[in-house]
Ligand binder design. Structure first.
Ligand code: AMP
Ligand code: MG
Length: 391
């Protein structure tokens, strides 16, 4: 049995980084950048008015100002501003030569002769200066960024319409078990609906990778072997659930070896998910995840998700929030690191969810995140700060 950190290092060390492809920036949300995005221009590209008002010289603001031109956004000014002159200017329009400030229209009045008076003593410049936001050739988005809507706007602003992103790993999902049936069917006595296959499909898709659900495999050596061999052929990662514990029909690890998979670990000191198995084949990386849905959910979060992100070029740490426990939490056995679902209350405290064991998938329903309790520790005290990992 190895520690979670050791298992994590082994899995991450086996990552095979995907090649990149160029795609339309509009469909790039959720993908991961495979190159830095560089600005092809200064932003703003010219000194720009931040307000609707009058562009003039600061030294003249106590005087009556004569309007020489109207400058809407999109128009290039034609007249320079001299002593006691101004141009009526709109937000986003270029500042005319000679002007060093814009008086806000709300702070001015028009005199009977058509000249302008400023009603305040002082003004800010109200100018967005050339290159103030971004300089030409500056990196605006870094390689490895997970693309979000604001990043789409940034790409639009610098003309990056075909960004390079990492290709999606293909992830095969296989559920093993003679008792497992598909969800649209009503289970007979001793049958159980397949929740893992679909949970994993959704988890994979949430990362932006390609999920390839391959159905249920009966607990026979032959069927398991055939399913593994064919999944390895055409996928980057194969996720199997079930068949990794100590039962008479749990042959996944043995069959993996037969299929040419080099098993790197078969037990980890984590609860839930002790029998989690991981191995490498020249064509694919393979996980044998435990059959219980909470175990497979948590092991996906801890090991598979970071691997998928790494293969897509992102190694950032999962988002964690540090908050105090709402109540004491205690456990009897401390030989494994435990991970369990929690709720964040309206008061910003962390409440462990009532969760009976690794088959209790309903326990995960209201969860905002998961927290861990280290090996050797039996109590988390009320008020003690814990790291809530978002799920
Ligand atoms: P196993 O790891 O095959 O011994 O399975 C452990 C437990 O998880 C058993 O109670 C199985 O019935 C249950 N189980 C296995 N696969 C699934 C699945 N795909 N969906 C829901 N429960 C499952
Ligand atoms: Mg089974």
């Amino acid at each position: 049995m190895i520690l979670l950190q050791q298992a994590f290092d082994i899995v991450m060390g086996a990552a095979r980084i995907k090649a990149s492809e160029n795609i339309g920036f509009l469909s790039s949300a959720g993908r991961i950048l495979a190159e830095d995005v560089i600005s092809d221009m200064n932003m703003p590209p010219f000194d720009k008015s931040a307000m609707d008002g009058y562009a003039c010289r600061k030294e003249d603001i106590a005087n009556q100002l004569h309007v020489v031109e109207v400058i809407p956004a999109g128009k290039t000014p034609e007249k320079a501003i001299g002593k006691n002159q101004c141009s009526k200017i709109m937000t986003g329009a270029p500042i005319p030569e000679g002007a060093d400030c814009v008086l806000m229209v709300e702070q001015t009045e028009i005199n009977p002769d058509g000249s302008i008076s400023f009603l305040e003593k002082n003004t800010k410049s109200n100018i967005c200066f050339l290159g103030e936001d971004v300089k030409q050739s500056e990196v605006v988005l870094k390689k490895g960024t997970i693309i979000k809507p604001a990043h789409i706007a940034i790409m639009a602003s610098v003309g990056c319409v075909n960004p390079a992103v990492f290709m999606k790993p293909k992830v095969a999902i296989l559920s093993t078990g003679n008792e497992i049936i598909e969800p649209e069917n009503k289970p007979g006595i001793s049958q159980i609906r397949n929740s893992n296959g679909y949970q994993l499909t959704a988890q994979v898709e949430q990362t932006g990778a390609l999920a390839n659900y391959l159905g249920i495999v009966e607990d026979s050596e032959d069927a398991t072997y055939k399913a593994i061999i064919s999944a390895i052929e055409t996928n980057d990662i194969v996720l199997l659930t079930g068949g990794v514990s100590m039962g008479d029909f749990d042959f996944v690890p043995e069959i993996l070896k037969k299929a040419g998979v080099n098993i790197l670990f078969q037990k980890i000191a984590v609860q839930p998910g002790k029998p989690t198995t991981f191995g490498v084949h020249e064509k694919a990386l393979v996980f044998g995840l435990p059959g219980n849905p909470v175990s497979s959910f948590i092991q996906f979060e801890l090991l598979v998700k970071p691997l998928l992100y790494k293969m897509m070029g992102n190694e950032s740490k999962p988002m964690q929030i540090i908050l105090p426990m709402d109540e004491d939490y205690s456990r009897k056995h401390t030989e494994r690191e435990a991970w369990f679902p929690v709720l964040i209350t309206d008061q910003g405290t962390v409440k462990p969810l009532d969760y009976h064991g690794s088959a209790h998938i309903n326990g995960l329903g209201p969860a905002h995140g998961i927290i861990s309790i280290p090996i050797g520790v039996s109590v988390l005290k009320k008020g003690e700060n814990v790291h809530v990992r978002q799920i």
